[in-house]
Design a protein around this ligand. Structure first.
Ligand SMILES: *[C@@H]1O[C@H](CO)[C@@H](O)[C@H](O)[C@H]1NC(C)=O
Ligand SMILES: *[C@@H]1O[C@H](CO)[C@@H](O)[C@H](O)[C@H]1NC(C)=O
Ligand SMILES: *[C@@H]1O[C@H](CO)[C@@H](O)[C@H](O)[C@H]1NC(C)=O
Ligand SMILES: *[C@@H]1O[C@H](CO)[C@@H](O)[C@H](O)[C@H]1NC(C)=O
Ligand SMILES: *[C@@H]1O[C@H](CO)[C@@H](O)[C@H](O)[C@H]1NC(C)=O
Ligand SMILES: *[C@@H]1O[C@H](CO)[C@@H](O)[C@H](O)[C@H]1NC(C)=O
Length: 407
């Protein structure tokens, strides 16, 4: 019964939204993959640091890891280049080309390699006069650059917004989408427009018409402070942000830094859980050649990925933010089920027990729900609406629960 109701609702939403959102068939669930920026930045020193510099070697090695270590099968199928791949100048015809020392075989060959591994290749451009790293910008070359990347076989474009006027973005990003559409190659389009336009001071219905995802807010840095800053911003602005997310068009709180230097094991689970609740794109920026088994197990948690990739595509919300520094976040998922994240923002150093009932969360199904703890992998059992549920969280920790209606 639930299934029928939900299917009808989804059909209605699809019908209703079809004409008003980007229709390139891509990103029906939040896209997943790997993106170079946060971990490898603009390291172009291939003389002293050949193993970590932005080069075709680095991307081929990451492609191998994505394809051979089980990532691809879980959905992590985009391999994305960020800034600093280009030559400092365009060629005589005005075409972009990759730095020949670091990408001696060019992007087309790299795309062929990535495709041969069953993966997709993403690339980076900037809408303005220059990229953030000072490489050639696209503002006067939108059509040319769309044709160039389509010709190379690119599958995703992140278009940044450094060195541009925000007022120009309202024609620039839509134009780029149109030019990419004209190439006939479906290219997932990630727009940095709102991040430059002040986050919520943009018309998100226009964004959803032209972009598959958009960076709303600050770049993530390798720290728990940065992660919580982003989580807070998404919670504080959820009334604007949650309604505009859906299949084909997503808010993007930026990369997963799980597996990097700063997050503890608990903090890593917390980022993964919150990104799943937020229906966020899951782009890891880490070194897949040396990632720890703990980080790997978090990023590869199938049940958490299932929440992330839920077909309804509804972004979760912060429904409780208490003085006790415990937050409860809720995401509605298919079959009248929910993902529930309990996020502990306390720093007092001891595990904290938090008690509530499903009634407190306004759950309504009379027969109650079954609950599973997705990180421990343990079923928590059946809960009537008024039965106490006690969740034990460590500092900076999360408990992520999957709740589904009892038969
Ligand atoms: C290519 O990158 C190297 C640094 O790795 C730099 O020295 C060189 O100037 C770049 N070449 C062009 C044409 O931008
Ligand atoms: C932004 O707009 C101003 C005024 O129109 C113009 O002088 C400036 O060149 C523009 N900057 C960019 C990066 O396009
Ligand atoms: C181009 O846009 C049309 C109309 O929205 C859509 O049907 C088509 O799939 C798009 N093609 C590509 C390659 O994105
Ligand atoms: C918290 O709950 C756990 C069981 O979930 C229990 O073992 C522990 O004693 C409780 N701690 C406190 C301080 O009540
Ligand atoms: C449920 O928990 C509350 C405190 O959160 C407590 O006052 C109440 O006695 C508990 N009820 C049962 C049936 O354990
Ligand atoms: C439950 O619903 C009430 C009444 O609409 C509302 O005030 C409360 O915030 C809701 N609680 C949650 C956790 O959503």
């Amino acid at each position: 019964m639930w299934k029928a109701v939900v299917t009808a609702a989804v059909a209605f939403v699809l019908l209703f939204c079809r004409s008003s959102t980007l229709d390139n068939g891509l990103a029906r669930t939040p896209p997943m993959g790997w993106l170079a920026w946060e971990r490898f930045r603009c390291n172009v020193d291939c003389v002293d640091d050949p193993y970590n510099c932005i080069s075709e070697e680095l991307f081929m090695q990451m492609a191998d890891r994505l394809a051979e270590d089980g990532w691809k099968e879980l959905g992590y199928n985009y391999l994305n280049i960020d800034d600093c791949w280009m030559s400092m100048d365009r060629d005589e015809q005005g075409n972009l080309y990759a730095n020949k020392t670091r990408f001696p075989n060019g992007i087309k060959k790299l795309a062929d390699y990535v495709h041969s591994k069953g993966l997709k290749l993403g690339i980076y451009l900037d809408f303005g006069t220059h990229t953030c790293g000072g490489y050639p910008g696209s503002i006067k070359y939108l059509q040319k650059d769309a044709e160039t990347i389509a010709g190379w076989g690119i599958d995703m474009l992140k278009m940044d917004g450094c060195y541009a006027n925000v007022s120009d973005m309202s024609w620039g990003y839509p134009d780029m989408e149109m030019y990419m559409n004209k190439t006939g190659r479906p290219i997932l389009f990630s727009c940095s427009w709102p991040a430059y336009a002040g986050g919520i001071k943009v018309d998100y219905s226009v964004l959803a018409k032209h972009c598959n995802a958009w960076r709303n807010y600050d770049d993530i840095q390798d720290s728990w402070d940065s992660v919580t800053h982003i989580i807070d911003w998404f919670g504080d602005n959820q009334d604007v942000l949650a309604p505009v997310a859906g299949p084909g068009h997503w808010n993007d709180p930026d990369m997963l830094i799980v597996g990097d230097y700063s997050l503890s094991y608990e903090e890593s689970k917390a980022q993964m859980a919150m990104w799943a609740i937020l229906a966020a794109p899951l782009f890891m920026s880490n070194d897949l050649r040396s990632i720890s088994p703990e980080a790997r197990s978090i990023l590869m948690n199938k049940e958490v990925i299932r929440i992330s990739q839920d077909s309804l595509g509804m972004q979760g919300r912060r429904v409780i933010k208490g003085d006790d520094k415990i937050e409860v976040w809720l995401r509605e998922i298919e079959y009248a089920s929910y993902g529930i994240a309990f996020l502990n923002r306390r720093t007092d150093g001891i595990p904290y027990n938090y008690t509530l009932t499903l009634q407190d969360l306004n759950f309504t199904y009379g027969k109650g729900y079954h609950l599973d703890d997705l990180f421990s992998g343990q079923p928590l059992g059946h809960f009537e609406l008024n039965k106490n549920l006690t969740v034990s969280m460590v500092p900076n920790g999360v408990v992520l629960i999957y709740a589904y209606p009892s038969e």
